[in-house]
Design a protein around this ligand. Structure first.
Ligand SMILES: [Zn+2]
Ligand SMILES: [Zn+2]
Length: 487
């Protein structure tokens, strides 16, 4: 370990990592360069914003049998929120990063390669590229601004420092290309992890987080809209983007200091089948409707998407169309394209449609920034009753998987809320007409929402699924059989 005196305040600044080139003085926040011969002043590094993360400098853990300690932190902001990159020092002296984006965690480590990947400006979501000797699909291309730093860091980070990063995907793996220091980019191997799997020690506990933030992550809580005073349910640290259901103001709730991004627009109130705040009982779990969004395609067909959250199941989407309901979840492992089809775990899905989907109404809490008029390009693929849906923006592509959900099952989840809802009318006559067939079938499928970096999206655990199935079996044997068949 190397210890220097802070040139500004004289306090001790410690370097544990050989790869670190600077550290932020914890007393006066001056950026201190490790090399005493370095010229240039990094000045003060901004304080990180409270963002409900349980990780802190000094947190230790284990990944792939390697122990690590968190020695530094970068906080980065992009257009839809911000995330932390925690700088890790492994026991063997190697370094890596632990990304925490609204509770979705990734570990990235150096991947040495001689190959030069495509320049940053040429990358577009959905493109096939070769990097580090393998084929990948570009998943995410973004420029982020550093808004704060702590501890040791492996490059000079000053005011206005920008990160230019692209994530490439192949099934469940990803590769990160970091162009922040120019071309060629640094190449990192990435893996999605859960915080529990790292067996972390010295995390901030809920009390410590509550003391600094007033709330902690992972529990549906309410705040008062700073524009109109109405209560809004949201998830601190997980759904940073809110649209006030009363005044439609757009709010940034990434930190406890909730800011109004945009005043509300005058819009006719939209009544939805499931109201915001409605609670579902699924097995022994409680899910809450925290966001509601209506979208339309280019033919004017509209549908409603509900974002639900449960502490153990994470985020789930329910999609309501004129033809019925679907349940949809984001996919961690992506399908691969094979001509006009996609292949997932060696199962082919046939391409059905491609169309734009535009947001016509949004209210509540979301884990990406949503606004009326936002448009994504949707592509749907089918195999039996299952649909895989890709949604593409200029910055990213996301995949989700959806299945039909019987109205009776939904009514059982939302007792009281849905008792008067009638099953949708089927229109078999429409199937004879070519163009209406497309519309009708699109209704059946509909967009599996699940866009934009939806974190923690997992299917319900098998145990819970069987509890639900067992309950339904008592009085809905047909549904039981259908569901059992599709499990
Ligand atoms: Zn200092
Ligand atoms: Zn409001």
């Amino acid at each position: 370990m190397l210890t220097l005196s802070c040139p500004s305040c004289g306090a001790e600044v410690r370097f544990r990592s050989h790869a670190a080139v600077m550290a932020v003085c914890e007393y006066c926040r001056t950026g201190v360069l490790k090399d005493p011969g370095s010229v240039g002043d990094l000045g003060k590094i901004a304080e990180v914003l409270e963002d409900f993360s349980p990780i802190q400098l000094g947190t230790a853990g284990t990944w792939n049998g390697r122990s690590f300690t968190v020695v530094g932190r970068l906080q980065l902001r992009y257009d839809a929120g911000f995330w932390n990159e925690w700088y890790l020092l492994f026991g063997d002296g190697e370094t890596g990063w632990l990304g925490d984006a609204s509770g979705q965690f990734t570990i990235t480590v150096d991947r040495p390669t001689d190959e030069k990947p495509s320049p940053f400006d040429t990358l577009r979501p959905g493109m096939d590229v070769t990097a580090a000797g393998e084929r990948w699909v570009v998943a995410d291309v973004r420029t982020a601004r550093c808004t704060g730093g702590q501890g040791e860091l492996p490059f000079r980070v000053g005011d206005g420092w920008e990160a230019k990063v692209a994530d490439l995907r192949s099934a469940g793996r990803f590769l990160t290309l970091d162009y922040s220091d120019g071309y060629p980019p640094k190449v990192y191997d990435g893996t999605s992890v859960t915080l529990e799997s790292l067996r972390p020690q010295l995390l901030r506990d809920d009390d410590a987080i509550r003391q600094t933030a007033g709330r902690y992550r992972g529990k549906v809580q309410a705040l008062d809209c700073p524009a109109c005073g109405s209560g809004i349910k949201y998830l601190p640290g997980m759904t940073a983007n809110l649209v006030c259901p009363s005044c439609r103001a757009h709010l940034d709730a990434a930190s406890p200091q909730v800011a109004v991004l945009r005043a509300g627009e005058k819009l006719a109130a939209v009544r939805t089948t499931l109201p915001l705040g409605a609670e579902a009982k699924v097995g022994n779990q409680k899910l809450t409707v925290i966001g509601v969004m209506r979208r339309a395609d280019d033919e004017g067909t509209e549908w409603t998407e509900y974002l639900l959250y449960g502490p153990r199941s994470g985020f789930t989407w329910l999609v309501e169309t004129d033809e019925g309901w679907q349940r949809s979840n984001a996919m961690d492992s992506w399908p691969a394209r094979r001509g006009d089809s996609v292949l997932l775990h060696n199962v082919g899905y046939r391409r059905l449609y491609a169309y734009p989907a535009r947001v016509t109404f949004a209210a509540g809490a979301f884990n990406w920034r949503v606004a009326v008029g936002d448009t994504v390009q949707v592509e749907e693929f089918e195999k039996g009753q299952e649909r895989l849906t890709a949604e593409r923006t200029d910055h990213e592509i996301t995949w989700s998987r959806s299945k039909p959900l019987a109205l009776d099952q939904l009514k059982a989840w939302f007792p009281g809320v849905l008792k008067d809802v009638m099953p949708p009318l089927r229109k078999p006559a429409a199937l004879t007409d070519g163009s209406r067939y497309r519309g009708a079938a699109k209704f059946l499928i509909i967009v599996a929402g699940a866009l934009n970096a939806v974190p923690l999206m997992v299917n319900f655990g098998g145990t819970i699924a069987y509890t639900i199935l067992a309950g339904l079996a008592l009085y809905l044997p047909a549904i039981f059989l259908d569901n059992n068949d599709s499990q």
